[in-house]
Design a protein around this ligand. Structure first.
Ligand code: PEP
Length: 254
């Protein structure tokens, strides 16, 4: 059975003190309330908080993610953070390829592929984001565009390695806009992506890969989205900043 995920992306929000409060609220609520054995909660928090937070998380139900990484292991790369550094402070997941990084920091599919390799080399899990713009969807090229993102950044991986990757489909028009993809739209794209994975790696491998939906997921729409057969959870931005809402989202699996 594929693993299910409720992954939060705090982005560049919360001071250290505010973050500690939010973290402890989420950890306590998840410990008390989340009974689904196959759901992993992941919190993507700002870099400076990871070391302290990893000591505060006292349940395997919750793991920490970095929101980015640099693909080199060490060296003269001022301001960057490597995967071995993240691993050394207890980080288990790394969000990569988020549309904000692709847009504001001009990250290419090839650069993201390097990050995938660096993350897997350290035994961490990449949460690989992909998704189309509204104009691409309106032009009817959204399926090919997102399939291309997978091909360019993931299809160099071995059959074993691809199964360590978590994919997050995040239509750009739905991120932070309050406009959620309908559950049909999400399911349709997730099925296209799973079929694309199957075309390269075979159906059995594709069946093992968790594909999350991201884009204005909230406590009111999570249940319908997560009930779709190819939607294995969510990558949640805004609603992950509210402990009650995010915990409710983590409990929205069938
Ligand atoms: C995101 O940034 O990954 C995201 C999905 O944001 P939001 O939930 O706020 O749309």
């Amino acid at each position: 059975m594929r693993k299910k995920y409720a992954a939060g992306n705090w982005k560049m929000n919360k001071t250290f003190e505010e973050g500690q409060i939010l973290l402890s609220e989420v950890v306590n609520m998840v410990k008390d309330e989340l009974t689904h054995p196959n759901v992993q909660v992941v919190l993507g928090v700002p870099f400076p908080y990871l070391s302290t937070f990893s000591k505060l998380v006292d349940t395997p139900k919750v793991a920490l993610a970095a929101q980015n990484c640099y693909p080199k292991a060490s060296g003269a790369y001022t301001g960057e953070v490597s995967v071995p550094m993240l691993k050394s402070v207890g980080v288990k997941y790394v969000i990569i390829g988020h549309s904000e990084r692709r847009e504001y920091f001009a990250e290419s599919d090839a650069f993201i592929a390097e990050k995938v390799d660096a993350i897997l080399a350290e035994g961490l899990t990449p949460i690989f984001c992909c998704g189309e713009t509204l104009s691409q969807r309106e032009a009817g090229i959204h399926f090919d565009f997102v399939k291309g993102q997978l091909t360019n950044s993931l299809f160099h991986l071995s059959e074993e390695a691809i199964q360590q990757v978590v994919i997050a489909y995040e239509p750009i028009w739905a991120i932070g806009t309050g406009v959620t993809a309908s559950s049909d739209q999400a399911q349709e794209m997730h099925k296209v992506l799973r079929d694309h994975l199957a075309s390269k790696y075979g159906a059995a491998v594709a069946e093992e890969i968790s594909i999350l939906y991201g884009g204005s997921v909230n406590a009111g729409n999570a249940e319908e989205l997560f009930s779709q057969p190819d939607v294995d959870g969510g990558l949640v931005g805004g609603a992950s900043l509210k402990s009650r809402d995010f915990t409710d989202i983590s409990k929205s699996f069938p």
